[in-house]
Each structure stands twice: as C-alpha cells, then as structure tokens.
Design a protein around this ligand. Structure first.
Ligand SMILES: Nc1ncnc2c1ncn2[C@@H]1O[C@H](COP(=O)(O)OP(=O)(O)OP(=O)(O)O)[C@@H](O)[C@H]1O
Length: 286
C-alpha cells in the first residue's frame, strides 16, 4: 500500500510562451505508515507534486499509483482517491465558513453516503484527534478561535473523511511559535495514531523535528532523498540550492570540529541540547 509516482512530469501552460516545467521525472514511493517530508524552496514543484497525489491534477507524463491502482484507471472513482488521500492546503482556515465548528467539520462527511450517526462519530473522532474536547468546541464559531485552533479545526475537516494518507502543505505557515508548536505536536500524534503523513515545508526546523525521510525538490526534480541525518550531512549542497540546515545541525558540527564528542544524529532542539549538556558534563567543563 503506497503512493507511487513513476517519471512524473508536468508542465503549466504547455505549448505557450509561458510554458513552465513544474515536475521533471519525479519517481518516489511513500508507503503506508511513513512519515515523509517534502522540502524545497519556493517554485520547486512541491504543490504541483502533492496535487497529483489525490487527483486534483491528473498525470500527463508518467504514472501515479495509489495503493497499486493507476490514478488514471477509468474504473477508479476519483472521489474515492480524494477520501484516501486527504490534502490540507496552505492556510486551510481560510476555507472555514460555517457558523459552528461542528458544521464545518461535518461538511465533507455529509457528502458521503453515511447516516447522521456515523457523521457524528466522525466529527467527534476528528476533533479529538487534533486535541479538542468535542463537547467544548463543537458549538463554537470557528472565527472566535486562535490561529492555531482554527487550523486544527480545518485539519479535522479533512480527518473526518478518514484518509489513509494525510498531506499537509506548509502547516505552520503564518503561526506564532505557540501555534506552531501546537500544530507540530498534533501532527506527530496523528502519525502515532497510524496515519501516513506527508509534510510539505520549506522549514528545515519543522522537518527535522518530525519526519523520518526527506525528499528535497529542486527545479521540479527530486534532487536528494534520505533520512534527515543523511540529508543534513550534505549541508553544502543544501545551501547551494537555497536551503539551510537546522541551526542545531550547525552547532553540533562546530562542537564536533572542536573535539567535543556529540552524537550528530540528534536533530531536534530538545535532543541536541541534552546531547550537548551530556558531552560537556563528561568533560567536566560544566
Ligand atoms: N497555476 C500555475 N500556472 C502557471 N505556472 C504555475 C502555476 N502554479 C505553479 N506554477 C509554476 O510551477 C513551478 C512549480 O510551482 P509549485 O507551486 O508547484 O512550487 P512550490 O514548491 O509548491 O512553491 P511554493 O513553496 O511557493 O508553494 C513554479 O515555477 C511556478 O511558478
């Protein structure tokens, strides 16, 4: 079970003077249970790629398969793919429009062939998954919530469709540090609850904190791929294509060069701080 692309290419405004090659032979496989980051600077093709994952854009060159079914298969209902692969766009809270949280989250399931009891169950499940108490939140107006809370409601709207794969496009964009931490810890919990997560970001810090595997996009291609540690090892290459490494990576490298024995696999701020303290204590420097 996976999302698979094979030599997927895509052009905007093909055949016109404005033709742009947005994807260039992208081949990848994201298996069920994975926690994957797609990173790249603006215009590298991330949004175009993820729109292929749920059939918002149908492949023109190359193949997209969801759970081994070709997305262009005539017998395959695209509605089913949209249920399987939930896409949370950038600033999803702009799409909240109902007067209560309950109505907003139930909007998607209402269009499915399920009864009101099942809809109710799903709304409860989705709101609890993103960390709300159902009774406390259901009758509130989405517009009275904080930025981070609104975004969690919008994510719940996608989760209420019970997707197997959840694709989040820049989920922390525009949030203050508290809202950002709130969203990132919920995303981690969603993955722990068994949902496959594909996190699109240009923030190395966010990616480092969460994902197990990274695809780096550059000019429509998968330029690098590997575990966070493998990717950050090549910081020179990342800098060349306009990406940085998380600050902790630079700090750990500098310490190592000074002969302080730290485990450079520790990539989150929390882990790295602990590692640095441990190393310093063992040298009796502190
Ligand atoms: N609707 C469109 N019409 C024409 N060109 C487009 C369109 N959408 C994207 N592009 C172009 O396709 C390329 C890839 O864009 P895409 O939005 O997929 O990149 P991205 O990595 O998601 O960028 P961002 O981080 O800014 O969202 C860019 O050169 C972009 O200008």
């Amino acid at each position: 079970m996976s999302i698979k692309t094979d030599k997927l290419s895509f052009y905007y405004s093909q055949g016109t003077p404005f033709e742009t090659k947005a994807l260039d032979e992208v081949t990848l496989e994201i298996k069920k249970g994975d926690f994957v980051g797609i990173i790249g600077h603006t215009g590298s093709g991330k949004s175009t790629l993820i729109q292929h994952f749920n059939g918002l854009i149908l492949p023109e060159e190359g193949i997209v398969k969801i759970d081994d079914r070709n997305i262009k298969d005539k017998d395959l209902k695209i509605k089913l793919i949209r249920q399987k692969v939930g896409l949370v766009f950038q600033y999803p809270e702009y799409q909240l429009f109902e007067e209560t949280v309950y109505k907003d989250v139930s909007y998607g399931p209402m269009n499915l062939d399920i009864d009101s009891e099942e809809i109710d169950k799903r709304v409860r499940y989705a709101l609890e998954l993103v960390g709300f108490k159902f009774e406390d939140i259901k009758d509130k107006s989405p517009f009275d919530l904080s930025g981070g809370q609104k975004r969690r409601v919008a994510i719940a709207g996608v989760l209420a469709m019970k997707p197997d794969y959840l694709v989040l496009d820049e989920p922390t964009a525009g949030l203050d540090p508290a809202g950002r931490n709130e969203i990132l810890s919920r995303i981690r919990q969603l993955h722990e609850s068994g949902i496959t997560i594909i996190l699109v970001s240009h923030s190395m810090e966010d990616i480092a904190r969460l994902v197990k595997y990274i695809y780096v996009m550059y000019k429509g291609k998968i330029h690098m791929e590997g575990t966070p540690h493998e990717i950050y090892r090549d910081s020179e290459e990342l800098k060349k294509i306009g990406l940085g490494v998380p600050q902790v990576v630079d700090v750990m490298k500098a310490l190592k060069q000074k002969g302080i024995d730290v485990d450079t696999n520790k990539l989150t701020v929390e882990e790295a701080s602990e590692e640095i303290l441990k190393a310093l204590r063992s040298r009796q420097d502190v």
